[in-house]
Every structure is written in structure tokens, then in C-alpha cells.
Design a protein around this ligand. Structure first.
Ligand SMILES: [Zn+2]
Length: 474
């Protein structure tokens, strides 16, 4: 199971644009490790091509006498059938459980029985999925004993639940989590642990260090309950009431304000704004415009559309905070394109367009960077080359595929998978390279995706001039 943060997916975490559901992950610059999707979620809105933890969503039926979802009694057999319909190879599937509230003894018995039945069904009927059972208990002792029982039943993945209600008790929670892990690791070192419902930056930092996965819905809570906008300042997550929020130029807000030509077919449904404008206005204008176009009650759509954009922005801020906490090593890739100098010189000086030179300035400020060239594949900036005449457009599809394979192989030979690969390049320089890297477990990011050349230059200069960026470098 992949380590890191799994964002909790809500039932309606998508925009309806041009009859297409656009998931919030299509709007954000940063991506979570994966998503936690409960059985309350419709299968068709579950993200594709990333790790998913499927669970019963015990929090959703915590107050019911008997656990039900859509009037169906939740038990191991029913859950396994639902998981079989919606999960893919490699996904994690969670044994049905119940929080220890109300009729605690009945719930204890229910949890153990379902875990016993579920592992048998999962091994027989869901052999490519990874079963996980959740540890509950009122005391540390009970949690440890129950965790050992689950391990003995055959679970290699254990969840630690029931701590979210006391999230503010950071030290206590961490003590409990460490005690459980230590006790079970004394039996078997390879058991994977996942903590349910704790995801503040403080917890995230501890979990990254401990090498365990975790999930949370802070982005949703801040959006729908507190009505706040999240921003990040290095490792700190900042909360602003909407009307006091600063201007934002994150990818979500750029798309919403119409300053980004998104890869998604927004088809003119978005207003065109000059530069970044205050966030509340964008969402409102966006909502009104869509409402007018589709002849829908504008109040209704304004609220929903602006909420979803705020949700995506908040998730992006949370993920950016984690990114600062993890501080992954990075490798920036810049496209060697445009006008070239007439002399044989270092690659970084051969390409002399304004666009290349701004990309270079930004990449140099971040650390390690390479240049991608249709002729030379991957160049170190200092490597001396002669000017040449070859652009990606001059390559056939087959030649471009070969080129992408050679570029990806070069990167993989020189860079380990913990290094995040960031593309400051156009589509032709990345679209066939990224899938190869991703299948080899590399994380990639394309911060300027969807921006035109002029907008890219503006974005780069903006990043170079903001104090946040300076703070990042320290
Ligand atoms: Zn934003």
C-alpha cells in the first residue's frame, strides 16, 4: 500500500461542466497519494489511475442502531460484493466496522465477526485487492489486543480508527498510534498501518516520518462547515474567512478565473479575467455565467459551483503544505526550444528565447534541472552543444515515442523514484514521457499545465518574485 495522504472523496466533489463531471483532482496542481472512497460514493465518480481505499464509511452510520447504507444492512458479504463492483486490482478494501459508541459490546462483537468473515471472502473472491481491518478499542490495551487478533486473522494492513473525535489531543493520539505499531511490529515488521481521519500538517509530518499512510477531509470541512479558504505558507496551513482571503493564483483559481486555458474542455463557460482576481468574485461570476447558460436557478448553482472551486483550492493548499513538509528532492525539466544562439556553447545558453531563459531562471532557483532536446534527448545545462535544427514537430509519432522512451530511461538511470519530476515544458515534450515515469512509480508534476506561453512567463516571474518562493529556498 502506497504511503502518504489519501484525500476523502465527497459524494459530489465534481463540477458539472458541459455535461461532463470534472473531478476536483482535475483542477488541482498537486495530487494526493490516493483517495478514500466510501460506499456512500457512486462508483462512476471515483478517480481512475490512482490508489483507492474503499471503505464502508463507518462515520456515516455511526449514530444508527444497526449499520446501513441506502437502507441496506452493511456486513462483510454485502460490502465485498459492492467492492467487487467498484474496485480495481491493487486497491485496498476495508472490512466493515463500526465506531465504539452507544451499544459498545454489540459493536465490538460486530467488528470482530465482520473482520473474520471479510478476510475469508476477500481471499477467495477479491484476490487482487488488499484487505484492511480497522483497530478499535476504548483503551490502548484493548486496541493492541484487538490489533494482534486482526493480524492473527491474516490482515497485513491495519487501520487505526476512532481517534478523529479527539484530533486536538495530538500527543495522546500519537502516543496511542506508536504504542499499537510497536506492539504489532514486534510480531511482524511488514504490517502496514493506516490512520483514519487525522491529517493536520502536524500529524502529517509525524506520519511521513513514521512511514504510515493516513487520510482526512480537512479540505471539505473547511469548505462546507467553516466556510474558510486555506492558504499555505511553507509548512503552515493558514485559514482565512472568505471575505478576507488574499488573491490566489493557484492552478484551481487560474482555471476558475479564466486565466488558464485548461486541458479540460471548459468551452468558454468561464469568464475571462485579466490576471488573478479575488477568489470569491471568480466563483460567483463563474456560477452566474453557468447558471445563465443552462437556465438554472442562479442562487443554487452559484453556491454549488463556488463551493466546489473553494473545495479544490483548499485541497490544493493542503497538498502544497504536505509538499513543503515532505520536501521531496526535485528535478526540473525545461524544453530546449525556440531561437538558438549561433555559437557552440553550454546548452543553457544555446536556447536564447525569453521563454526558455525565464524557465531556466526559475529552474536554477529551485535546484537540479535538465534540458529536454529533440536531438540530444536529455542535456545537462553545462553540456556544450552546437546549434541545431530539430523540433518535436519534425518527429513522426513513432520517432516521438522512441524519443520519450529514451528520455524516460535516461531520467530513471540517473534519478531515483523518490525525486519528484517537474515538467516546465509543453505537451509534446511530456505527454509520452510522463506515463512511462509514472508506471515506474515516479511522481510527476506539471505546474503550468493549461497556461499559454505569455501566461507561463507571467506565472514564472510571479513565482520568482514572491517572498513565499524565497522562503521555500531557505
Ligand atoms: Zn487558489
Amino acid at each position: 500500500m502506497k504511503l502518504g495522504f489519501y484525500a476523502v472523496l465527497g459524494k459530489r466533489d465534481y463540477l458539472n461542466l458541459n455535461n461532463k463531471k470534472v473531478g476536483i483532482w482535475e483542477l488541482t496542481e498537486y495530487q494526493p497519494t490516493g483517495w478514500l472512497c466510501s460506499l456512500f460514493i457512486k462508483p462512476e465518480v471515483i478517480p481512475q489511475n490512482c490508489p483507492i481505499i474503499h471503505d464502508c464509511g463507518a462515520f456515516g452510520y455511526r449514530d444508527q442502531d444497526y449499520p446501513t447504507i441506502n437502507s441496506q444492512y452493511v456486513d462483510a458479504q454485502w460490502a465485498a460484493n459492492r467492492y467487487r463492483e467498484r474496485s480495481r486490482e491493487g486497491d485496498t478494501v476495508v472490512a466493515p466496522d463500526n465506531l465504539l459508541l452507544g451499544n459498545i459490546n454489540w459493536r465490538r462483537q460486530y467488528n470482530l465477526e465482520q473482520a473474520q468473515i471479510f478476510i475469508r471472502i476477500a481471499q477467495e473472491k477479491l484476490p487482487d485487492r488488499k484487505p484492511l481491518a480497522t483497530i478499535h478499542g476504548l483503551s490502548i490495551q484493548e486496541k493492541i489486543e484487538y490489533g494482534i487478533k486482526l493480524y492473527q486473522l491474516g490482515y497485513k494492513r491495519l487501520g487505526i480508527g476512532g481517534l478523529a473525535q479527539q484530533a486536538s489531543h495530538y500527543s495522546t493520539n500519537l502516543y496511542i498510534i506508536k504504542a499499537i505499531i510497536q506492539a504489532i511490529h514486534s510480531f511482524e515488521k511488514t504490517v502496514h498501518f493506516h490512520v483514519f481521519g487525522l491529517c493536520s500538517p502536524q500529524y502529517a509530518k509525524a506520519f511521513f516520518e513514521m512511514g504510515i499512510s493516513f487520510d482526512g477531509s480537512t479540505h471539505a470541512r473547511e469548505t462546507f462547515s467553516s466556510n474558510t479558504l486555506l492558504f499555505n505558507n511553507g509548512e503552515n496551513l493558514l485559514r482565512y474567512p472568505i471575505h478576507q482571503a488574499p488573491k490566489c493564483s493557484c492552478r484551481v483559481c487560474a482555471i476558475a478565473s479564466g486565466t488558464a486555458k485548461s486541458a479540460i474542455a471548459f468551452d468558454g463557460a468561464l469568464p475571462i479575467a485579466q490576471g488573478a482576481v479575488p477568489f470569491g468574485n471568480i466563483a460567483q461570476r463563474l456560477g452566474t455565467r453557468i447558471a445563465r447558460k443552462h437556465n438554472i436557478n442562479s442562487q443554487l448553482i452559484e453556491n454549488r459551483t463556488s463551493s466546489i472551486i473553494r473545495l479544490a483550492h483548499n485541497l490544493n493548499s493542503l497538498l502544497r503544505t504536505y509538499h513543503h513538509i515532505k520536501k521531496p528532492e526535485t528535478l526540473y525539466l525545461v524544453a530546449g526550444c525556440g531561437k538558438q544562439s549561433k555559437q557552440r556553447t553550454a546548452a543553457k545558453d544555446v536556447y536564447c528565447s525569453h521563454h526558455f531563459q525565464v524557465c531556466r531562471q526559475y529552474a536554477e532557483a529551485q535546484g537540479k534541472w535538465y534540458i529536454l532536446s529533440p536531438l540530444h534527448k536529455v542535456l545537462k545545462p553545462e553540456q556544450v552543444i552546437s546549434p541545431y535544427d530539430k523540433s518535436p514537430n519534425s518527429l513522426s509519432l513513432k520517432e516521438r515515442q522512441l524519443w520519450a522512451q529514451q528520455v524516460a530511461s535516461h531520467i530513471m538511470e540517473t534519478t531515483n523514484p523518490n525525486v519528484e519530476i517537474i515538467f516546465l515544458t509543453g505537451k509534446l515534450y511530456r505527454q509520452q514521457v510522463i506515463p512511462i515515469l509514472q508506471t515506474h512509480n515516479y511522481t510527476t508534476r506539471t505546474p503550468m499545465e493549461g497556461l499559454g506561453i505569455g501566461q507561463q512567463i507571467k506565472w514564472l516571474l510571479n513565482q520568482l518574485s514572491t517572498p513565499k518562493q524565497l522562503a521555500l529556498k531557505l
